[in-house]
Ligand binder design. Structure first.
Ligand code: SAH
Length: 435
């Protein structure tokens, strides 16, 4: 079993709508690792786009398991959405080499520096749309076509727009091959919506603009819903918007991290990241959002508790990750721009405290702060870490310097137990470029 499989970090993991790469989470068990490899080898050996009969049933089994452990266990309740997640063959929407990762809750590269969204995010956004049989839905950001396929059995029609021509054409072919006849794909800039088919009952945006594109608000029906990640390049909030008396009423749902909406939306972006000065946002967890409150700026939070008491080494708040099931997901992450041509090293510091920490299913499942670097095509170019920590210990300060690969353009910082068991707390996480 290759170590990457044990750790659940596929070697080609890319960013984009970054998911959960350090993810030996519930479903990474030895058996899964074996079947994923076997499936891949079989598929490649046959040179086939279709998985052979044997692996198709293993794919189905893996999908059910993923839905149980990553979708239902993570709080998705809508039975129709769960059913669609159980039935949609995500492996058909990624390339053959990526299929072995199709039923992990993570984004995967689909070419052109873009990614297929992680299954939990797809389920979460779909549930937030509250899809009804009669709905006509507009999606911005077709990507692989997977999100559109999940929506297809839940609504009447799906109209989806992709700005990258090769992706749009490929998604249209995949959707046609698999019989998703109520999905209509168009290549173009989704910023302008699809006026010919407006108004829509629901709009789902799977790339992130800085604000709601006015054409999309205009093309939503009165009483309709829009689910959209809005914000800065690396700091976004998922919003549920309801159109009420002609106005968009916004409800913030959770912090998130999507690829940017390019085209018109990107040209109008006012806040731009500075790749020469990467920083951690809200590293002391003092800014909170939502109800119940969770730390702002940190995404894909799993098994994280925000704690406010006199024990915090910095400010009032800190975070604690708890996990009792070896291999289970337990993390939070954030992304940033970092240019390896301008930044040689990152100086990292934090406070950490541990209680009964032991490795998870293997010695690779350990609590860490990891930084994964990505190149301009969102291919992984390196990973560095601070940690691991074991056992029980009170607050201690740790500092280190981590080398930045020359080819790095973006990075993801993750904290958590990352498959280990016990309890770990973090506070005052800081990161600074050493030029
Ligand atoms: N929903 C997709 C994943 C989305 S990734 C899936 O299920 O696979 C985001 C996608 O949005 C990318 O393919 C990107 O090319 C596309 N995109 C970015 N800006 C866009 C725009 N202005 N209009 C349409 N699509 C856009």
């Amino acid at each position: 079993m290759p170590p990457d499989c044990v750790r659940g970090i596929p070697p080609t993991q890319s960013a984009g709508l970054w998911a959960t790469p350090v993810k030996c989470e519930p479903m990474i068990e030895k058996s899964v690792c074996h079947w994923t490899i076997r499936c891949c080898v079989l598929a490649v050996a046959l040179g086939a786009g279709e998985a052979p009969g044997q692996s198709r049933s293993t794919m189905t089994a893996a999908r059910q398991r993923m839905v149980d452990e990553e979708i239902v266990a993570a709080g998705i309740r809508n039975p129709r959405v769960i059913k669609s997640m159980r039935e949609t063959p995500r492996h058909e929407f990624v390339s053959v080499p990526q299929r072995k990762y199709a039923y992990f809750d993570m984004a995967l590269p689909i070419g052109e520096s873009q990614t297929i969204s992680p299954p939990f995010v797809v389920a979460y956004m779909t549930e937030a749309l509250n899809p009804q049989k009669q709905d006509r839905v507009l999606e911005i950001g077709t990507g692989s076509g997977y999100q559109a396929a999940v929506l297809s059995p839940l609504v009447r029609e799906v109209y989806t727009i992709e700005i990258v021509k090769s992706l749009g054409l490929k998604a249209a072919r995949t959707l046609r091959r698999l019989g998703y006849d109520n999905v209509h794909v168009k290549v173009g800039d989704g910023y302008k919506g699809w006026p010919e088919h407006a108004p829509f009952d629901k709009i789902i945006v799977t790339c992130s603009p800085e604000g709601v594109p006015p054409a999309l608000a205009a093309q939503l029906k009165e009483g309709g819903r829009m689910v959209i990640p809005i914000g800065e390049r690396y700091q976004q909030t998922m919003y549920l918007m309801r159109k009420t008396e002609g106005k968009m009423v916004a409800e913030a749902m959770r912090p998130t991290l999507f690829v940017p909406m390019i085209g018109h939306a990107e040209d109008r972006r006012r806040v731009l990241p500075d790749p020469a000065n990467p920083t951690i946002r809200n590293g002391d967890f003092e800014r909170v959002a939502g109800e119940p409150p969770t730390p702002a700026g940190w995404h894909y939070q799993r098994q994280l508790e925000l704690i406010t008491d006199g024990d915090a080494p910095s400010g009032k708040n800190f975070v604690t990750f708890h996990n009792s099931e070896p291999g289970r997901g337990c993390r939070a992450l954030q992304g940033m721009a970092v240019d390896g041509r301008k930044v040689n090293e990152l100086g990292v510091s934090l406070y950490v405290r541990g209680k009964g920490i032991r490795p998870g299913q293997s010695r690779h499942q350990q609590p860490l702060l990891t930084i994964t670097f990505y190149d301009q095509n969102r291919g992984t170019v390196g990973q560095r870490a601070l940690g691991p920590w074991r056992g029980t210990f009170s607050w201690q300060r740790e500092t280190t310097r981590l080398k930045v690969p020359k080819r790095a353009r973006e990075a993801i910082v993750r904290i958590g137990l990352l498959g280990a068991v016990g309890e770990i707390s973090f506070d005052a996480i800081a990161l600074k470029a050493v030029k």
